[in-house]
Design a protein around this ligand. Structure first.
Ligand SMILES: Cc1ncc(COP(=O)(O)O)c(C=O)c1O
Length: 414
């Protein structure tokens, strides 16, 4: 059989619908200035799908810093991986600033969060070790675990009773092998907006003697009094042994970082394969990221505006009877009942007739009869945007309940 023959039948859960959905439900193009209102298929839509949480993405100060740095450095410098020839004083200075902000001894910046955390997990876990992780952890954590040779124990999302059971199993294993235990969870879970149970997890630390790695991609810049993240919000930042976040969300850029003790970070610098064998970030990205961090630290008004929008949106939806789950973060899921076909029709109606663009999640990511609409409020949104959206959501919910999306006609228009 030819290697590619199987691709004719096995096109992936979403890819199998590409004929009707490509460019619409998957790989849509939002064009124009990065903002709440952007062009989708030639028409302006109010969009709730960018992780530009504190609105830095198109901020004039940020745009200027990016332009100035590109003019000064170009995209080539520095060349090579950091270990070989791509290190720089500016990047090290940025790492020191990050360490100070997230209250850790040392920091290493990585090219992409996905690659960086995969390699960090692989590097931290040896043959004798065990890892206990939440079942809802992001794909990059799951993939990192595939790269690791450690024994894996997974607990159902935020289920602390089962967590302790897995810890017991992990402890038994490491007592035999002489290895250690790493626990991995997230600060903010990016699909549903609920928080990892950091306090509860940490309460088991003394008994089981594990180290804790937290992926706070959605918490950094949004959570905590000063925006440090979920650890600050829950008062446990000092108990997180390895803190990870990306620059792809609140910082509206690219790259990511890991912060920990000097010893751990120095070890990671020399062992993360995806960083040792890949080119370092272009200098304008680093300089632009420094500007973003400075604004995140010194301009709390962006985070305050974000929470104004978040609170209005979440309260408005709850008051009108919408189920938005257990979110405690800006991520706002809206759960409706219906099948995949109805979800498709509802999304088309929202986009074509109400000019509202948001992400939709259906089976197999959520159960068969659940439609999950995911809203990401940002500091760039206004309270008018919130009101417009809630009014539209009320109408599409009524249509869904009265069965108007049950026909298949609309789907074929996508
Ligand atoms: C929870 C979480 N971890 C890690 C990543 C990967 O980060 P990056 O986009 O920098 O590769 C993402 C997505 O951006 C994420 O949502």
């Amino acid at each position: 059989m030819d290697l590619f023959d199987k691709l004719k039948v096995d096109k992936s859960p979403i890819g199998q619908h590409a004929k009707i959905g490509h460019g619409y439900f998957a790989f849509p193009k939002l064009e124009g200035e990065l903002a709440p209102r952007m062009k989708f298929r030639g028409k302006m839509v109010l969009n709730w799908s960018l992780n530009n949480y504190i609105g830095l993405g198109n901020h004039p100060e940020v745009r200027q810093a990016d332009v100035d740095a590109t003019e000064q450095f170009g995209l080539a410098y520095p060349m090579g991986s950091r270990m070989m020839s791509g290190n720089s004083n500016i990047l090290e200075k940025f790492e020191a600033q990050l360490s100070e902000f997230v209250q850790k001894e040392d920091t290493v910046v990585v090219n992409y969060g996905y690659q960086g955390i995969m390699s960090a997990i692989q590097a931290l876990l040896g043959r004798k070790d065990a890892v206990v992780y939440d079942s809802e952890c992001h794909a990059c954590i799951v993939d990192g675990l595939w790269l690791s040779v450690a024994k894996r124990y997974v607990f159902p999302h935020n289920n602390m009773e089962n967590f302790e059971k897995q810890l017991e199993r992990a402890k038994k294993h490491t007592e035999k092998t002489g290895g250690g235990i790493l626990v991995i969870t997230e600060g903010v879970y990016g699909m549903m907006g609920d928080l990892g149970k950091l306090r509860e997890i940490i309460s088991f630390k003394e008994k089981y003697g594990f180290r804790l790695l937290v992926d706070d991609a959605h918490g950094f810049g949004t959570m905590g009094e000063t925006g440090v993240g979920t650890g600050e919000h829950l008062g446990v930042q000092d108990q997180i042994d390895v803190y990870f976040s990306t620059f792809a969300k609140s910082m509206a850029s690219i790259g990511a970082f890991l912060s920990s003790s000097e010893e751990v970070i120095q070890y990671l610098r020399y062992t993360m394969r995806s960083q040792i064998f890949a080119k370092t970030l272009p200098m304008p990205i680093t300089v632009g990221n420094m500007k973003r961090l400075e604004m995140l630290r010194t301009q709390p008004q962006h985070r305050e505006q974000l929470w104004k929008v978040v609170n209005a949106l979440q309260k408005g939806l709850r008051d009108r009877g919408f189920n938005i789950g257990n979110t405690e973060s800006p991520v706002t899921p809206v759960f409706l009942s219906g099948g995949t076909n109805e979800a498709g029709n509802l999304i088309i109606d929202l986009r074509e007739n109400f000019n509202i663009f948001c992400s939709v999640v259906v089976y197999p990511v959520v159960p068969k009869d659940v439609i999950l609409l995911r809203l990401i409020p940002t500091a760039a949104h206004s309270l008018e945007d919130v009101n417009e959206t809630i009014a539209a959501f009320e109408q599409v919910k009524d249509k869904l309940i009265s069965g108007q999306y049950a026909n298949t006609q609309l789907v074929s228009q996508a």
